[in-house]
Every structure is written in C-alpha cells, then in structure tokens.
Write a protein that binds this ligand. Structure first.
Ligand code: HEM
Length: 417
C-alpha cells in the first residue's frame, strides 16, 4: 500500500496561524488521522481531535476528558502550583463545576440577557457614529474591539469612569503569543515573573484590583449584576477567597472579549469575500438568530481547548492512556464536511445550534452564548440601515496564535447612506 503523503505542519507554531488558516491540514487530519498524536519538542506529544463527532464525544465525557486535571486553556503541561494559583471555574469538572456555574447561569439566559438590549444598542450606535465619521477604519480596532468590552463593563457592573483603563488592561491580557500585542510573550523569561497571576498576564494584578473594588461594594450592597453573584456566592459552604475572586473575574473579561470581537471581525471578512452571502445577510430581515449563528460557525474564533484523559479509553479506534492530553479543535470540527456539507461556504439555511464554536455538548458550553449572539445581531441590525457601502481597503493581518482564530488589522472603508 502506498504511504499517505502528509502535509507538513506544526500546530504548536503560532506563526503558522498568522500566515494562514490551516484548513488543508485539518482536512487531511480528518480524513487520514482523526485522532492524531502530535509531537512536541519538550514533551511526549498530545492527541489532536478534529472531526465533529469526535470533538462532541470528548466534550460530552467531561469527567473522562477532564478540564480540571491539567487545565483546559493550554496545550502544554502546566506546573501544578501554577494551575492551582490560576484555576477558574472553567478548569473544574462536575460536580464542583456545576456548583460554580449554577449561580451565574441564571444571569446568562436569553431572557436575562434581553434586558441589556437597549444599552447594547446605545453602545453599538456610539461606536458606529464614530466609525462612520472616520470612514477609513480598522474594523477590528474601531468597531469589533470596542463593543464586547463595553458590554462586559455593563454586565459586570463596573463604574463607567474605569472603562477606558478596563479596556486597555483587558486587551493586554488576551493574546499572549503575539509579540505585537502582548507586553511579554508567553514562555519568555519576562512572562515567567507573572505566571501565578490569572492567565499569566502582567495586566492581571491591576485589572483584578479594579474588579475587587466593585466586588467589595457589591458584597455590602448586592445589585443585579454578575459581580454581585461572584461577591456573594459560596462554594462548599464557604465564601470565595481573593484568588477565586480574581481568577473568575478575569475569566469573564477574557472569555467574553476577544472571542466576540473576532466573531465580528472574521464574520465580516467572510461576508466581504462572498457577495451572495453579503446580499442575503444585509437584505431586510436577513439578520436573524439563525444567520448570526452561521456567521459564528464560519468565524469560529476559538481554535482549540484542551482536556486530560482520566482513564485509559478509546477514541475513533485509537487507544488513549490515562494522563494523556487531548486537544479538541473546535474550528476544524466546524468545517468538517461530514457535519457541514460544503463547509467553507456561508449557508444561512443551516440548522441553528449545531456547530461547536461555543463548545456545545458538555457542561462547559459557553455561558455567554446568548450574549455573544445578541451583540453580533445588534451590530449588524444597527449597521445595515445606515450603510451605503463597505469595502476592504488593504490586506487583513492575522493574530499570531494557535488558540484564538482572529485578526489584528482589517482596514475597511464604510460610507453612510
Ligand atoms: C462568539 C463569542 C464566544 C465564543 C466563540 C466562545 C467560546 C467558548 C467556548 C468554546 C467555551 C468552552 C470552553 C471549554 O469547553 O473548555 C466557552 C466557555 C465560556 N465562555 Fe465563551 N465564547 C464566546 C463569548 C463569551 C461571552 C460573551 C462570555 C461572557 C460574558 C463568555 C464566557 C464564557 C465562560 C465563563 C466560559 C466557561 C464556561 C464553563 O466552563 O462552564 N463567552 N466559550
């Protein structure tokens, strides 16, 4: 039998993701090695799971494929004391995870999120006013980056006087592998000094101190916002310590910011590359929960999350041993042709809630799903009636990151009607 020619790839190479979206690599893996042992220079390698069915299987078996044992946000092995110091509730397994998530969940239901709609429209309109004024803008910096963080400020209940600083610190925490964005790139000696802080970020101390001011006020006088829940909740019958407060405050800031920003950025890029889809989406009545969901599938701002096997098991006929790392590639699964025929095409007739961009299937299913969808929906609902034309005016530049699928520059010209 002839050997199968594998494309050359290294999914640990952040720069590759800056140069291109490696759909050819994922297509090859899905066809020839759906559960693939990826080598790594300083370890024994990790499993890459790329098909829709397999990713869903891993997400559903949340205790067999644990988020708690080795963490969920890094492919590489994390030192145990660092993991403990930085653990947020996303890096816990059921039943502990359920105890954490339950109090927040009620604040993120569609009904609960709907109460922010008017404020959201105000935020989006303000951002668009300035963008239309400028005309030549960077869609990432001038539009997509501004909305999610302002929404988070509202949702968390931070005072507006702190927002500018909040936005700057939130941004600095996010992409730690891109030297143009991070102050200290992950793995550098400088970054090492901050490894015990939330997300290992130099910006975390100031950001969390800002959160703590509001948390202290909410503890004395709870209001109807997410930080009041964090301030007053108990785990195992005990109020939260400082570390838990900081780590989980930082989780909301990081999880709700860059992901939504990139759905807005990559979504527009996909629309501008496909005249038919843009015409359908921008037509009256074209922006619907279903079409927005398809935009999120195509965008898929999260490349992967990681799990650790807690027992020997088998996946797609491949033996996985207890303790081995299993990396689920969400964006690849969302372009798996066996789940999404003609997967690189925007097709607004696809069924809603099928894709895995929000980690559907398991207990960690994104708590901000409804909020993110509403933000994207409101952005386009407010944009299209004002828009005469929109065109890309220069090449987009991609993030240096194998974790966040996204853009850092996206020049466009927008003209008002
Ligand atoms: C398009 C935007 C978004 C995408 C693509 C996205 C994606 C995801 C994914 C894939 C997970 C699952 C992680 C895992 O399985 O380990 C997740 C979890 C989470 N997301 Fe989102 N997210 C988005 C927006 C938001 C927003 C707006 C918020 C909050 C305001 C948020 C907060 C969270 C939190 C707290 C978790 C942890 C949930 C848990 O472990 O139970 N996300 N998100």
């Amino acid at each position: 039998m002839a050997a199968i020619e594998a494309p050359e790839f290294d999914l640990l190479d952040h720069r590759m993701f800056a140069e291109r979206e490696p759909w050819d690599v994922f297509a090859w893996l899905q066809e020839h090695a759906p559960v693939y042992r990826h080598p790594e220079p300083d370890g024994d390698g990790f499993w890459c799971v790329t098909t829709y069915d397999d990713v869903l299987h891993v997400l559903k078996q949340a205790t067999l494929f644990s988020s708690q044992v080795g963490g969920s946000a890094r492919i590489g092995a994390v030192e145990p004391d660092v993991l403990e110091a930085r653990r947020n509730f996303m890096e816990t397994d059921p039943p502990l995870h359920s105890e954490w998530r339950r109090p927040f969940a009620r604040d993120f239901t569609p009904k609960s999120i709907a109460r922010y709609t008017d404020q959201l429209r105000g935020i989006v309109d303000g951002v668009l006013d300035e963008a239309f004024e400028k005309q030549d803008i960077c869609w990432v910096h001038d539009v997509a980056a501004l909305i999610p963080i302002r929404v988070l400020g509202t949702l968390l209940g931070l005072p507006e006087s702190q927002w500018d600083r909040f936005i700057e610190l939130g941004d600095r925490m996010i992409i730690d592998s891109d030297p143009e964005i991070a102050k200290y790139v992950v793995g550098s000696p400088e970054a090492e000094a901050y490894k015990y802080l939330p997300f290992g970020s130099e910006a975390a101390a100031e950001l969390c101190a800002m959160g703590r001011e509001t948390i202290d006020r909410r503890r004395a006088e709870p209001e109807d916002d997410v930080l009041s829940i964090l301030a007053t909740m108990e785990i195992g019958g005990c109020p939260l310590g400082d570390r838990d407060l900081d780590n989980n405050f930082a989780l909301f800031v990081v999880a709700g910011n860059e992901t939504t920003r990139q759905s807005m950025a990559l979504g527009l890029l996909a629309l501008l590359r496909d005249e038919r889809a843009m015409a359908e989406f921008s037509a009256p009545g074209g922006v619907t929960p279903q079409s927005v969901d398809e935009l999120v599938r195509i965008a898929s701002p999260v490349w992967h999350f990681r799990r650790t096997a807690t027992a020997d098991t088998e996946l797609h006929g491949v033996e996985i041993k207890e303790g081995e790392r299993v990396v689920v590639w969400f964006a690849a699964a969302n372009r798996d042709p066996s789940a999404f025929p003609d997967p690189h095409r925007l097709d607004f007739t696809r069924k809603k809630d099928e894709h895995l961009a929000f980690g559907r299937g398991g207990p960690h299913y994104c708590i901000g799903t409804h909020l993110a969808r509403l933000e994207i929906q409101v952005l386009y609902e407010q944009l299209f009636p004002r828009l005469k034309s929109i065109e890309q005016t220069g090449p987009e530049r991609r993030l240096v990151s194998n974790f966040t699928n996204g853009l850092k520059e996206f020049p466009v010209r927008i003209t008002a009607r």
